[in-house]
Design a protein around this ligand. Structure first.
Ligand code: SF4
Ligand code: SF4
Length: 371
């Protein structure tokens, strides 16, 4: 048989490369496939900033060794640097469908887990003279810039933004994983990281534009929000949503036309994804905040422009925030004039069960399960 020329060898190599790339693409497509999608909607107008959701998540899932600094659910003040610090500037995601390089957040960016002087206060007999405080001098934490916000008095403003992994339809984390350790569940679209397959390369952490993945330095694997799937499987809402006293965390399937998620996102279009330009198609949506009134130099109400700059809300939620706010204002005007508003009634949530679509079982009805 005649020997191949260099040119033929080169062509063969190119051909093999193309085949491998096509194979990888179809494997990724399989990992991304899901028949249904669970989603959450957060109404930013109702959050108290109480952090109950954050603690509910922490006590449910991140108490093991190596997870001390992890907060899969966070609530941060906006404008602010957030968690991890300046995550919005760290890149990742897609541009024109091409994956974008992103920065790897460090433990310092998230904020180390603080130690407290429990021994001294509770067992050292100094309870009357010493107060509970972090040991050492922490320089950053998951809620460091709480309630600072932006703007100038008397027109300063802030609001709370609740964040979990967005269980994206086009997850940048999944795309970036060379081990195919990240996958979407077919039955509900929850994005999980296989702890057996993960080798701790952390490409997912660089790729996620929301920086919602943590690295477990003990297990040497990447870990993140699991949308409380053991609860969801039994018809119980995720812990963050079930515990929220503000009744602002809606849970359900995106295609359930009778559920609040479908109505708020698809029908009324008043709930929008955060930073949609990152191209991951998040499945967590936000009802944008309604501005309080502005005051002019004489202390009179100035209705010429909103106190929360529209440009800032467009930065967070994209251009669709303007029609969403217009709809909300129109509904408020309607009720002020004595009319009824199905949108506002949905957002008020008169019955807690109205938040959760098919996930209304009581947590006490289920057996705890170790994952
Ligand atoms: Fe992956 Fe980040 Fe999307 Fe979660 S938010 S699915 S970690 S890209
Ligand atoms: Fe906001 Fe509810 Fe979380 Fe409290 S529990 S911080 S009200 S989302």
């Amino acid at each position: 048989m005649a020997e191949m020329t260099d040119q033929q060898k080169e062509q063969q190599k190119e051909q093999r490369k193309k085949e491998l790339a096509a194979e990888a693409k179809s494997q990724k497509a399989l990992l991304k496939k899901s028949n249904r999608q669970v989603a959450m909607v957060f109404d930013l107008n109702k959050c108290l900033g109480c952090q109950t959701c954050v603690v509910a998540c922490k006590t449910s899932w991140t108490r093991d060794e190596g997870m001390e600094y992890m907060w899969w659910a966070t609530v941060n003040t906006h404008p602010g640097k957030g968690t991890p610090r300046d995550w919005e500037k760290m890149g990742g995601g897609f541009r024109e469908e091409e994956p974008q390089a992103g920065q790897l957040p460090t433990v310092a960016d998230f904020g180390e887990a603080w130690d407290f002087n429990y021994e001294e206060v509770f067992f050292g007999g100094k309870g009357n003279t010493v107060h509970l405080q972090p040991s050492g001098k922490p320089e950053w934490g998951p809620n460091w810039d709480e309630d600072q916000g932006g703007g100038q008095y008397p027109n300063s403003f802030y609001f709370y933004v609740q964040r979990i992994c967005n269980h994206c339809t086009n997850p940048a984390c999944l795309e970036a994983c060379p081990r195919n350790a990240i996958y979407k569940r077919e039955e509900d679209g929850i994005v999980l990281i296989s702890q057996e397959r993960c080798k701790g390369y952390r490409f997912c952490m660089e790729a996620c534009p929301y920086k919602k993945i943590y690295f477990n330095h003990i297990k040497q694997t990447s870990q993140k929000c699991i949308f409380c799937y053991p609860r969801v499987e039994k018809g119980v809402a995720p812990a963050c949503a079930r515990q929220c006293p503000g009744r602002l965390r809606f849970v359900g399937f995106l295609d359930d036309q009778n559920g609040p998620i479908y109505k708020l996102v698809k029908q009324w279009k008043v709930a929008l994804p955060l930073h949609p330009e990152a191209g991951t198609q998040p499945n967590v949506y936000y009802v944008p905040p309604i501005s309080p009134p502005r005051f002019d130099a004489d202390g009179n109400i100035d209705e010429s422009k909103p106190r929360i700059p529209t440009e800032y809300l467009k930065y967070l939620f994209g251009p669709d925030v303007e029609p969403a706010l217009a709809t909300l204002h129109a509904e408020m005007a309607k009720t002020k004039a004595g009319g009824k508003s199905e949108i506002l009634d949905t957002l008020i949530v008169y019955e807690w069960k109205n938040l959760f679509g098919p996930f209304t079982k009581d947590p006490a009805e289920i057996e705890p399960r170790k994952v």
